[in-house]
Design a protein around this ligand. Structure first.
Ligand SMILES: C[S@@+](CC[C@H](N)C(=O)[O-])C[C@H]1O[C@@H](n2cnc3c(N)ncnc32)[C@H](O)[C@@H]1O
Length: 186
């Protein structure tokens, strides 16, 4: 595993209920973008802090595709989804180090959530090419990166990579202690 990838055991802290009582409340943060029946792509879901609420938002006719590089994150995510009766709406996939392996999703995704994960990738350029290709026209991508952890030059590189992939910046929601950007595919 690459050195900069969040260790799997940190996944337990990221699903802490304390997190949803603050500014990262999934319903408040993602509610404006996700509606029933949507196909949502969540790269780097960890143990599913956002995945389970996303699965509730898309409802029984929608789906969430969660792609992580660490099998332990996905195992725990599936167990939590099964316990909450949401497993039928969630597809988990194991990413390759250099690719999310989502070629089959070209033009099929309504919304992408990339929360605190793009900085762990060696190539934001490859990431935005793949996710932009997966989005439908009109589809949106929300990027959030932790302040402090992600320095300005790296975030600037990520924004440029998204633009180079054909995504257009829209109004991002401000989020405490995070750098955020919202993109739309025209
Ligand atoms: C800091 S965690 C954030 C988890 C989740 N998004 C959240 O906010 O709770 C970063 C996640 O990205 C995953 N990740 C790192 N490199 C990846 C890659 N190349 N492809 C897919 N996921 C990756 C890690 O395994 C980890 O689950």
């Amino acid at each position: 595993m690459a050195e900069h990838v969040c260790p799997w055991w940190l996944g337990y802290f990221l699903i802490s209920p304390f997190r949803q009582w603050g500014t990262q409340n999934p319903d408040k943060l993602l509610g404006p973008y996700v509606t029933p029946g949507m196909t949502v792509l969540e790269p780097g879901p960890g143990m599913g802090f956002f995945t389970l609420p996303l699965a509730r938002m898309v409802g029984p006719s929608g789906r969430v595709v969660a792609v992580d590089i660490q099998p332990k994150m996905l195992d725990r995510l599936r167990r939590r989804a099964r316990k909450d009766g949401l497993i039928e709406r969630i597809e988990t996939r194991l990413a390759r180090p250099d690719s999310l392996a989502i070629d089959d999703l070209k033009g099929a995704v309504d919304f992408v959530l990339a929360f605190a994960m793009v900085h762990e990738l060696p190539s934001p350029e490859a990431f935005f090419r793949e996710t932009a290709a997966a989005l439908k026209p009109g589809g949106r991508l929300l990027l959030a990166e932790p302040v402090g952890h992600v320095k300005a030059p790296r975030f600037t590189r990520e924004l440029q990579a998204a633009r180079d992939a054909g995504l257009v910046e829209a109004n991002a929601p401000p989020l405490k202690r995070n750098l955020t950007a919202l993109f739309r595919k025209n």
